[in-house]
Design a protein around this ligand. Structure first.
Ligand code: NAP
Length: 295
């Protein structure tokens, strides 16, 4: 298999295990995180820690970005010490963060004007998928560039789909987030319905997992709700960020998404009570609170 030199920027819940899996697959990793502590475990594993995104990109055939939001990706690519200050002509920037499809198309155009290719490649599968290299990866960009980067995707994920042009990966991810958010709401409502009816919600979940209502959300997030354990996982503040991308894009398209808008309100409420760091399965707390369900 082709071994590549890879820059990796953003070493949080997702980025750290993804970078580690690339390293384990034999690629040469040049990593950058804005806090030295986030680079330490990777340096310990044998990756090279870099003082800036530019320094990491200067070594790399492919520079992967896994940070929080649209403005962060813009800063990492174009800001002071950013990727464009180091990246080689003809190299590829792969943004795996979840950000705006519109901004992504703009970034790709700007990079292309500087002789740098770009793919958007957001992921689904959570921290568990990142650790086990089983992420679903949704890719936008030129097919030939996708082929070049495919060995890296294969080291991080299982279901890797080239969706279309630049931005198409982010559109697919927004679709993913609509389904996840609305299903979290449905699972929270169903388990609260069971509890308020005096029925064992854990047994209801067991029964539902064998029928048409079964889903990964009922399995994973439903368990978090039953256990009242909202350690992330996927932070509410990030899920709220994604629903904002969904609803802003829907507005631009003249598109009504009533169920997505409703869940956004519940995420806003979670943020309002200071629970933005909790897993977004904590939407359950809002549903319970609205109907006076005590634990
Ligand atoms: P996280 O744990 O908060 O990590 C984000 C990382 O990005 C942090 O290490 C942060 O640095 C770094 N960062 C943020 N802004 C930066 C900037 N302007 N310059 C340099 N570094 C910056 O978040 P995560 O869960 O890994 O999520 C990363 C992305 O993946 C997000 O777009 C998220 O929506 C997406 N995603 C997450 C999941 C999940 O289950 N967690 C699943 C699919 C997709 P500091 O440590 O210094 O703050």
């Amino acid at each position: 298999m082709t071994k590549m030199t890879v820059g990796f920027i953003g070493l949080g819940i997702m980025g750290r295990p993804m970078a580690l899996n690339l390293h384990k697959a034999g690629h040469a990793l040049f990593v950058h995180g804005r806090r030295p502590e986030s680079m330490a475990p990777l340096a310990h594993a044998g990756c090279t820690a870099c003082a800036s995104a530019a320094e990491a990109a200067a070594q790399a055939d492919v520079t992967i970005i896994m940070v929080s939001d649209t403005a962060d990706v813009e800063q990492v690519i174009f800001g002071a010490g950013g990727v464009t200050h180091g990246a080689k002509l003809g190299s590829v920037v792969v943004d795996m963060s979840t950000i705006s499809p519109t901004a992504t198309r703009h970034f790709a155009k700007e990079l292309s004007a500087r002789g740098i290719e770009m793919l958007d490649a957001p992921v689904s599968g959570g921290d568990v998928g990142a650790i086990n290299a089983t992420l679903s990866i949704m890719v936008g960009g030129k097919p030939a560039v996708f082929e070049r980067v495919q060995p890296l995707f294969a080291a991080m994920g299982k279901n890797i789909v080239h969706i279309g042009d630049n931005g198409a990966g982010q559109v697919a991810k927004a679709c993913n987030q609509i389904v996840v958010a609305v299903t979290i709401e449905a699972v929270a409502e169903a388990l609260t319905f069971a509890r308020k009816s005096g029925v064992d919600a854990a047994k209801v979940r067991d029964a539902l997992l064998g029928g048409f209502a079964a889903s990964r959300i009922l399995e994973v997030h439903g368990k978090r709700m039953l256990d009242n354990n909202y350690q992330p996982g996927f932070k509410t503040k990030l899920h709220q960020k994604d629903m904002n991308i969904v609803l802003q894009t829907a507005k631009d398209l003249g598109l009504a998404l009533p169920a997505a808008a409703l869940v956004m309100q519940h995420m806003n409420a979670l943020m309002g009570i200071g629970d933005g760091e909790l897993d977004s399965a904590a939407v359950m707390k809002i549903i319970e609170h609205m109907s006076g369900v005590e634990r």
